[in-house]
Design a binder for this molecule. Structure first.
Ligand SMILES: NC(=O)c1ccc[n+]([C@@H]2O[C@H](COP(=O)([O-])OP(=O)(O)OC[C@H]3O[C@@H](n4cnc5c(N)ncnc54)[C@H](OP(=O)(O)O)[C@@H]3O)[C@@H](O)[C@H]2O)c1
Length: 344
């Protein structure tokens, strides 16, 4: 067992419980583990593997002696407490969007830019879930044939909205099937047997919503390519867990579906699920609980006569690779290479 002191902020949430599960499943060695959440959860018992832990209140003293803190309790909590944690010498791995575009904070997907994590100044940001799920399979292609433009359409699950949104989908579906009424409480529109534009705020100038703009900005930062052009349409669908995305990608040079399949074969974090004969492609039910992003429907985009464009469909568990797994992989990188400057 190592002597690392670990803190999970937001341990009771949809992402938080995945952190606990992954710490145990990946045999992440720690000396102590503190679970923090809001006042309503204080005293709640939770398990990490077969060990029992009690949820504590989050306050300014929560990070004394801590080495790594995983934050998944929303942007305002991160904004307030991540700098406090970093000041204590603890490395923060933050799931919120609070610091992602801060030039002093690395935005890391370990399959793409692991070196950035090692240059942290106390806080490392985990990218947006839709961004991670698109970029894990696009990166190996980008390295072979530079991507010029991405058009993405997302099909985002309830789990992306947290534990309460998942419960809302279950409750609304039950009420609908029983002929009753369910008033939306977490999401803005009726969720059962419906879909709607992502619930993030819409920018009044561009008319893109925040989720869409995150994909645009974060892709440029992670790929370190300010010229890459991206447009996204993000939609919340009545799926419990795992996001899907239709991606149309324009490359610099002509490209074929077989090249794409070859370049994606055996890539870390990617699994091909691409069987046109059986009409069998990535599905959120099969992506749920999986570490890999499933990739299929790889075909020439017939709207581009220059043969430089590919259409594809991906599905990934955004609570895992889109959030907790990516965070744990960053922590594993740090453990392997040294925690860095901020750690005491
Ligand atoms: N869900 C995803 O797929 C996903 C993906 C990427 C990033 N993220 C980000 O991860 C964060 C958490 O998301 P989630 O889906 O896990 O949300 P969630 O299910 O709503 O969980 C929120 C967590 O934050 C805690 N919390 C709320 N207010 C708090 C406070 N004042 N002090 C301490 N803890 C507090 C909650 O504790 P209680 O249970 O006590 O209320 C709970 O543990 C968000 O920033 C989100 O944007 C989520």
């Amino acid at each position: 067992m190592s002597n690392l002191n670990i803190v999970v902020v937001g341990a009771t949430g949809a992402v938080g419980v995945e952190f606990l599960d992954l710490l145990a499943r990946r045999h992440f060695s720690f000396g102590s583990l503190r679970l923090l959440a809001s006042a309503k959860s204080i005293g709640r018992k939770m398990k990490c593997g077969n060990r029992d832990f009690t949820v504590e209140a989050l306050d300014e003293n929560s990070f004394r002696g801590a080495h790594i803190a995983f934050f998944s309790a929303g942007g305002s909590i991160s904004k307030k407490y991540a700098p406090i944690a970093a000041k204590c010498g603890c490395v923060v791995i933050d799931n919120s969007s609070a610091f992602r575009m801060d030039p002093n904070v690395p935005l890391v997907i370990p399959e793409i830019n692991p070196e950035a994590a090692l240059e942290h100044r106390g806080i490392i940001a985990n990218p947006n879930c839709s961004t991670i799920i698109a970029l894990v399979p696009l990166w190996p292609l980008h390295r072979h044939n530079r991507i010029r433009r991405i058009i993405a359409a997302t099909y985002q699950a309830a789990s992306g909205g947290g534990a309460a949104a998942m419960q809302e989908l279950l409750d609304a579906t039950k009420a609908y099937l029983e002929g009753g009424d369910h008033k939306p409480q977490v999401l803005p529109h009726p969720y059962a047997f419906n879909l709607f534009s992502h619930n993030a705020a819409v920018d009044p100038v561009s008319l893109y919503n925040e989720e869409e703009l995150k994909m645009v900005r974060e892709t440029k930062k992670i790929f370190n390519d300010p010229d890459i052009r991206i447009s996204a349409t993000c939609v919340r669908v009545p799926v419990l867990r795992a996001h899907c995305e239709a991606l149309n990608v324009e490359f610099t040079s002509p490209i074929s579906p077989s090249e794409v399949r070859n370049w994606l074969t055996d890539q870390p974090g990617v699994r091909l699920v691409d069987d046109p004969h059986r009409n069998y492609f990535p599905m959120p039910r099969e992506a749920s609980g999986q570490n890999d992003v499933l990739v299929g429907r790889i075909r020439q985009d017939i709207s581009d006569p220059s043969n430089r464009s590919i259409a594809m469909f991906v599905s990934g568990d955004q609570l895992l690779k889109g959030a907790a797994l990516n965070g744990i992989q960053i922590a594993e990188l740090l453990v392997k290479n040294g925690l860095g400057a901020a750690a005491a």
